[in-house]
Design a protein around this ligand. Sequence first.
Ligand code: GAL
Length: 420
Amino acid sequence: MPYRKRSLMAVVGVLCLAAMLLGACATGAKGTNKLEMYSWWTAGGEADGLNAMYAIYKKAYPNVEVINATVAGGAGTNAKAVLSTRLAGGDPPDSFQLHAGLEVEMYQPDKYLQPLDSLYTSEGLDKAFPKDLISLLKYKDHFWGVPVNIHRANVLWYNKQVFADNNLTPPATWDEFFAMAETLKAKGIVPLVIGTKEGWEAGHTFETILVGVLGAEGYKGLWSGATAWSDPKVTDALNIFKKVMAYANTDHAALTWSDAAQYLVDGKGAMHIMGDWTDGWFTSKSFTGYGWAPVPQTKGIFDALSDSFAAAKGAKNQDNLMNWLKVAGSKAGQEAFNPKKGSICARTDCDASLFNAYLQSAMKDWAADAIVPSVAHGAAAVEKWATSYKDVMNTFATKGDVAAAQGDLVKLCKDNGACK
Ligand code: GAL
């Protein structure tokens, strides 16, 4: 390289270093010095986790204004629709929450997302995550999101005092659950609390029942076509869910997942089936009187999902966006985020001692259990199928028509090309 060119590069390098020290390097050549990050994390725990990650980012890039764009609604019920409109309208946020798995299909990645393969290589991310997660993250042979966590969907949360007062231990089977539910009902305690206000929670609960009744392979087969939705075991699972709803709070249609969890905090309800963001939410409420167990019949199976952050094509703040994804994928970022969020790191090298007892148990289970993908949270099926599935189950939660629901579920599999 000619001497003059080299010295020019050295000057540029020095200027950049000085700018970095002043926190200005994140501006990027064509950036506006903002970062818009979009999610549905507004509840206690999840919002705290996100803020902890923003704090790391802001420390490294103090001149960047972080715009925390949120659209409330568990499981992204509202956020995903608003996001699709923004992408189609050419007004994308720089980065947004995206479940690992088939959910990415809904955003037409070839058209609206940036593949992140080179970031994976430069940051060593392809080696930082477990292989089950890596395979879930690849779609059409590319990486489209940087995963920040691993969540478990099949958790039965319970109020420890209520259990102790009634000499109860977590039910291993649905028969045990129903026997306990009778005892609790007789005492005027709601055996199982649930909120179905946002339309996805019944689908969440039912998938965990399906996992238990069909087993890991049987459940996975429902999404590949290997297990028929007309299988008598699906009928059994529907009958169980119907019976469960008979022991649930009657105001469920007016409550969100966190409203329902409040019943447990108040000691008015005994159990709640929900993902482990509930652990983050309990922690944010300083509530420690909760215990946990796998949903009945799912011991040894981990119903998994993962939140990742994607990069929009045409993002207004490209350099800031890439720096954000680096923080999100880093050990420091994930160690700050996950203990508050109520999830375990996507990375395999986080310090376990930073996590509470529940999360440490989740780490052990993730390493030992059979892993199955959650449908309610974007992993198992394309969004169109997942949404229709949730709609069917939401109707079922109030109507309880087993034959009609099973017929609809059979049809959805055909409509989505997985079954003949
Ligand atoms: C899930 C998401 C979690 C949590 C939950 C409740 O879909 O992956 O991070 O936000 O919804 O909103």
